[in-house]
Design a binder for this molecule. Structure first.
Ligand SMILES: Cc1ncc(COP(=O)(O)O)c(C=O)c1O
Length: 375
């Protein structure tokens, strides 16, 4: 389970001199100190935005907005469903703001992360069984609905549907623009859609309407029209369709498999000493392809050859290029890409009607009629 750094990568057409501006400042809190990324030069025209914990940006912005309009008064319980980094970011923020927090999670949540969230005062409520449709994600949403009805004074950050999630990334767009001037291509993993859609929208609203946005997804994720299937890579991809994902923001989508993502994570470390999680590895694989230039938490998994071999996830050599496909149905099982051309999902996957899923404010793609679906 990833708890740390992830990042869109920014590609520039021409390699500039990297500006050096050493400055020392005092942050009011550790979350304020950690929310912005370091911009790292990774190739002649390739830059990475290396976050310590990217989800601090939406967690802080969502809570700030709720506080400003009276939805987060003292005594209000914050309730959210998460199995990862958004939960950790909320736990840090809620501790600092002295707000009680209940996180609904599932058995996949990393035990160390669970301990850390509890140490920060969060109640971590683990659902025992997956729902028959929608798996653990739906089971968590069902439990969330139950808890929300039990706590009349609660605030639900709702990272998958709250527009303040993408809205938080205006700050990232500012940082990228200040550091790089112009960004030609933005490449990043998509989970809730918040970071990529929010950053791309803010850059386009600013001085870069022609920015190209490239989504990194994984086979077996429904986000860009594939049927739901088991996935090993966490943080990117989804079994449910988040309303915060604006498909028409994207020019291309790439599906990177778990073993390619893990191998790329290792290569990112070996080549650039960037010790990040698999979402960063997957995004970097695609970003360095786009640029045509070329984590402590994963010691026992992604960075352990024996584990990779045991799990059948060891890839000796990174793929040189993705396979181009004409439809999401042909994407995967390994790295493949599709020209999305800023179309809405229904224009790309007319067979997959979105199916509203009750409590969570999410929608899920049905597999019925999907050319790749089993009968
Ligand atoms: C580690 C990591 N990277 C990337 C993402 C994707 O970001 P977003 O939810 O903004 O699409 C997530 C989302 O949970 C994540 O946990």
């Amino acid at each position: 389970m990833s708890q740390g750094a992830r990042n869109p990568f920014a590609v520039r057409a021409y390699g500039p001199a990297v500006p050096r501006s050493p400055s020392a400042s005092i942050a009011p809190t550790i979350t304020g100190a950690l929310e912005l990324p370091r911009i790292v030069h990774l190739g002649p025209n390739l830059f990475g935005a290396a976050f310590t914990l990217m989800k601090l940006l939406p967690a802080r912005h969502i809570l700030d907005r709720a506080r400003a309009d009276g939805r987060l008064e003292p005594g209000t319980v914050v309730i959210e469903s998460t199995s990862g980094t958004f939960g950790l970011a909320l736990a840090m923020e809620c501790r600092l703001r002295r707000r009680p927090l209940v996180l609904v999670s599932d058995p996949a949540v990393d035990p160390a992360l669970r301990r850390r969230m509890r140490d920060l005062g969060a109640v971590v409520d683990i659902v025992a069984e997956p729902a028959p449709v929608g798996g653990y994600q739906q089971a968590r949403l069902d439990r969330l609905a139950e808890l929300r009805s039990r706590h009349p004074r609660h605030f639900w950050p709702a990272q998958y549907s709250n527009p303040d999630n993408p809205g938080a990334y205006g700050l990232l767009a500012e940082v990228l623009t200040a550091a790089l001037g112009r960004v030609d291509v933005l490449v990043g993993p998509v989970g809730s859609g918040g970071s990529m859609c929010g950053t791309a929208a803010a850059l386009r609203d600013g001085l870069q309407p022609e920015l190209r946005a490239v989504a990194v997804d994984t086979p077996g994720s429904v986000l860009f029209g594939q049927p739901d299937a088991p996935r090993r890579i966490r943080g990117l991809g989804n079994s449910l369709m988040p309303p915060n994902l604006d498909h028409s923001a994207f020019d291309e989508v790439h599906w990177v498999s778990d073993r390619e993502g893990f191998a790329a994570t290792r290569a990112l470390h070996r080549r650039h000493a960037l010790y990040m999680g698999p979402t960063s590895g997957a995004a970097w694989l695609v970003a360095q392809w786009e640029a045509r230039a070329e984590g402590h938490r994963y010691q026992d998994t992604v960075y352990d050859d024996a584990w990779l071999r045991r799990e059948g996830l060891r890839l000796r050599r990174l793929p040189a290029r993705p396979v181009e496909v004409d439809s999401p149905a042909d994407g995967g099982p390994e790295w493949s890409w599709l020209g999305w051309n800023r179309r809405p999902l229904a224009a790309v996957t007319p067979w997959a009607g979105p199916l509203a899923m009750g409590s969570g404010g999410l929608a899920r793609l049905g597999n019925a009629g999907h050319p790749g679906a089993a009968a």
